[in-house]
Design a protein around this ligand. Structure first.
Ligand SMILES: NC(=O)c1ccc[n+]([C@@H]2O[C@H](COP(=O)([O-])OP(=O)(O)OC[C@H]3O[C@@H](n4cnc5c(N)ncnc54)[C@H](O)[C@@H]3O)[C@@H](O)[C@H]2O)c1
Length: 318
């Protein structure tokens, strides 16, 4: 079986590769990645110790490369993206190129190459902010920043392929994902790296914005559960009940590293727009037998240990 993981050298993609190596022995695993600042082949070093991984370095906007890479593939897991909201305020066209055009090019290549199963990874941010309560998979899409808008636009392409071609695509929309190998721009790794480098934690605005968190290994398991048991032409939220404000995350990381939050937290100007909260129902994916196993609290010590050992990779972080 040939399985192509776009963005496989990135954060979530590399955790998926780890899982595939365990669950699909004998499969041909292809990492298809442009190796932007967020991608690093060292992220798949552990997987490569266990099995051979084929690596295609290139852009998902390159149609002929997509077709060659997807030829005879039985499964595409599409995680490649520009994924950082803060960057999208400055460089939003790059987000549209990769997240919208790149997704379209990939889906078109899948159509030509008759790829029988496609898993498209999206985000809970497409629902826009949910100050209270939860969105379910049928709720209105209302993105509020250039990143989530580009992910929502990609979903519209998927939707068009469902209706027009009955394309065998399933979508998942995830909460904030955390774990090792995440580029230190997202809140947990950047806060860890800042303190490890003796710098204060820059909390956006009053720090009251809230997010739900799901471990990367749980996210990978959620995605593969949907591949195995989910319906095609359908969408599943995945995530956890673990919800923290940004300020709470800053306090947890200070506590874990033994720093006094009163001295080490700085409030910095907020994003141009910052959704106060996201919230999604998890009933659909739970009905497939999946549930998260880890929590931020349980994983923080091992994540910190990983950044202490590997933080040198991110020389230009922050
Ligand atoms: N990280 C989260 O909290 C989170 C939450 C929900 C959903 N998601 C979604 O999960 C997916 C993976 O997110 P992540 O956090 O692992 O992202 P990431 O930024 O860590 O990794 C993205 C990977 O995609 C690659 N890439 C970027 N542009 C490319 C292109 N044009 N062609 C080929 N490869 C390209 C990068 O090199 C990198 O390896 C994304 O679709 C994201 O929207 C992420």
């Amino acid at each position: 079986m040939k399985i192509v993981v776009t963005g496989g050298a990135g954060f979530l993609g590399s955790h998926l590769v780890d899982l595939l190596v365990e669950t699909h022995p004998g499969a041909q695993i292809v990492v298809f990645d442009k190796l932007t600042y967020a991608g690093d082949l060292r992220n798949v070093e552990d997987a490569e110790k266990k099995t051979k991984i084929d690596v295609v370095i290139g852009d998902i906007c390159d149609q002929s490369l997509c077709r060659r890479t997807l030829s005879k593939a039985e499964l595409l897991i599409h995680t490649a993206a520009e994924s950082h909201v803060d960057n999208s305020f400055g460089n939003s066209l790059e987000f549209t190129m990769t997240n919208v055009l790149g997704t379209h090019v990939l889906l078109e290549a899948c159509r030509y190459e008759n790829v029988p199963r496609i898993l498209h990874v999206s985000t809970d941010e497409v629902y826009g902010e949910i100050p209270v309560g939860v969105a379910n998979e049928s709720s209105r899409i209302a993105p509020s920043n250039p990143y989530s808008a580009s992910k929502a636009a990609a979903e519209m392409i998927v939707s068009g392929y469902w209706k027009s071609y009955k394309a065998p695509i399933t979508m998942v929309r995830g909460n904030n994902i955390f774990g090792t190998r995440q580029y230190p721009e997202k809140i947990i790794p950047i806060f860890i790296m800042k303190l490890l480098n003796g710098q204060k934690l820059p909390v956006h605005g009053d720090g009251k914005h809230r997010r739900h968190y799901i471990a990367a290994s749980d996210a990978a398991a959620a995605i593969m559960t949907v591949v195995a048991k989910g319906e095609v032409m359908s969408t599943y939220n995945f995530g956890s009940e673990e919800e923290y404000s940004n300020l709470e995350i800053a306090h947890m990381i200070c506590a874990a590293l033994g720093y006094d939050p009163k001295e080490w937290i700085d409030h910095v100007p907020d994003r141009p727009y910052n959704d106060i909260r996201y919230g999604v129902t998890l009933d659909r994916i739970k009905s497939l037998g999946w549930a998260p196993k880890k929590s931020v609290m349980s994983e923080l010590p091992s994540i910190i240990a990983w950044y202490k050992q590997n933080g040198f990779r991110y020389s230009g972080f922050g």
